[in-house]
Design a protein around this ligand. Structure first.
Ligand code: PLP
Length: 376
């Protein structure tokens, strides 16, 4: 008989929910008692609290991270004939929204050590038709923003931050989503600040852009039934706002928990790392990683992943296929081999459990099982 090991899910939302259950249910009850469910006081209060927490002049909640990207690009006037340069390695929404607006996504490779967009590749991809660049702060680590901001400023185009995985992350002291003209966040339940359903946020510096996003999220109507723009229903529910208002004050402590877990993984993985069997995520000097995902690289990834699953260890692959090799983008004409760093990451990266409530014993189990699967 082997000693019993704790099962380790990739994410355990129950562990976050149970300690604050009463607070959350009280907030939900408060909204139910008002019978006001769309926008309203709860949403406005959340927006003020988020603007302050994220150090952004304006914060406009929307219905999802996807709709945040869509509304942001609509507010910037992106449409048919425009090119938008972005990474080939991210969650689908980053690229899908560009195509939904009739614009053309232009993909570039990532840097192998951070998984984030390569600023030199962005500069090389700019053309007179480029209308924006989207930088994704993947896994909770900011993209290298200074050269990206310099390149977009020189070209006279906006840099959109897809900060869906990076709420509270920093780069040289500045917050994700507040470094460029416009930032997009997601409150999908698996993000570091998760709602009880879908939700999203647009942050921006400019009052006129903020007004445009607010218009677009409500069918472009101002006042009611008079439509200045063709927008959509991108509104956040009051119930989600109430849940997020309870959770927001806990975000710093949850982030600290994730960062502490990352430090513990670094210690536990030291022998495997020294043996060249795992590559751990990095946090360059001047960056503050919030570890929405803790992504390592290993040889023989798919076999190891199946092996871990059989031993009760939850993992995930973010992302198995880069955008330029997705069927829906075949018409753009990219070939396999076009972006070797992203393609290599897609075949070797593995996300491990990193949520704040993970115990020491669970982390030891993850590392022990990985070592065993790698033959150590
Ligand atoms: C989650 C995510 C989105 C989309 O957010 P949803 O709220 O799921 O629509 C966009 N971009 C990135 C990088 C994400 O991780």
């Amino acid at each position: 008989m082997e000693p019993s090991r704790p099962a380790v899910p990739l994410l355990d939302l129950q562990a976050q929910y149970q300690p604050i259950r009463a607070e959350l249910l009280a907030a939900i009850e408060r909204v139910c008692d008002t019978q006001r469910f769309i926008l309203g006081a709860e949403v406005e209060a959340l927006e003020a609290e988020l603007a302050q927490a994220l150090e952004s002049p304006h914060a406009i909640t929307v219905s999802s991270g996807t709709d945040a990207l869509l509304a942001a690009m609509m507010a910037l006037g992106i449409g048919p004939g425009d090119e938008v340069v972005t990474t080939t390695y991210s969650f689908f929404a980053t690229a899908g929204c560009v195509s939904r607006l009739g614009a053309t996504p232009v993909f570039v490779d990532i840097l192998p050590d951070t998984y984030n967009i390569d600023p030199d590749a962005v500069r090389a991809a700019l053309t007179p038709r480029t209308r924006a660049v989207i930088a994704v702060h993947l896994y909770g680590l900011c993209a290298d923003m200074d050269p990206l901001l310099a390149a977009t400023a020189a070209a006279g185009i906006p840099l959109i931050e897809d900060a869906a995985q990076a709420i509270g992350a920093r780069y040289k002291g500045r917050q994700a989503g507040a470094m460029g003209p416009i930032g997009c966040f997601s409150f999908f339940p698996s993000k570091n600040l998760g709602a009880f359903g879908d939700g999203g946020l647009v942050t921006c510096a400019d009052e006129a852009v903020a007004h445009e996003v607010a218009l677009l999220r409500n069918h472009g109507a101002e006042p009611k039934y008079l439509h200045k723009r063709i927008g959509g229903n991108f509104r956040l529910d009051a119930l989600q706002a109430a849940v997020l208002r309870v959770k927001l004050p806990y975000l710093p402590q949850w982030t600290n928990g994730r960062r502490a877990n990352a430090r513990r993984y670094a210690e536990l993985f030291a022998p495997l790392e020294a043996a060249g069997l795992v590559t751990l995520p990095i946090e360059p000097v001047g960056y503050h990683h919030i570890y929405n995902q803790y992504v390592i690289r290993i040889p023989d990834r798919d076999r190891v992943r199946r092996d871990l699953a059989a031993r009760g260890i939850g993992t995930e692959v973010y992302y198995p296929v880069p955008f330029h090799l997705q069927e829906c983008f075949a018409g753009l004409g990219y070939a396999a081999g076009a972006f070797p760093n992203a393609e290599q990451a897609a075949t070797s990266s593995l996300a491990l459990p990193i949520y704040a409530e993970l115990t020491e014993a669970q982390q030891a189990a993850v590392v022990g099982e990985l070592a065993r699967a790698l033959g150590r």
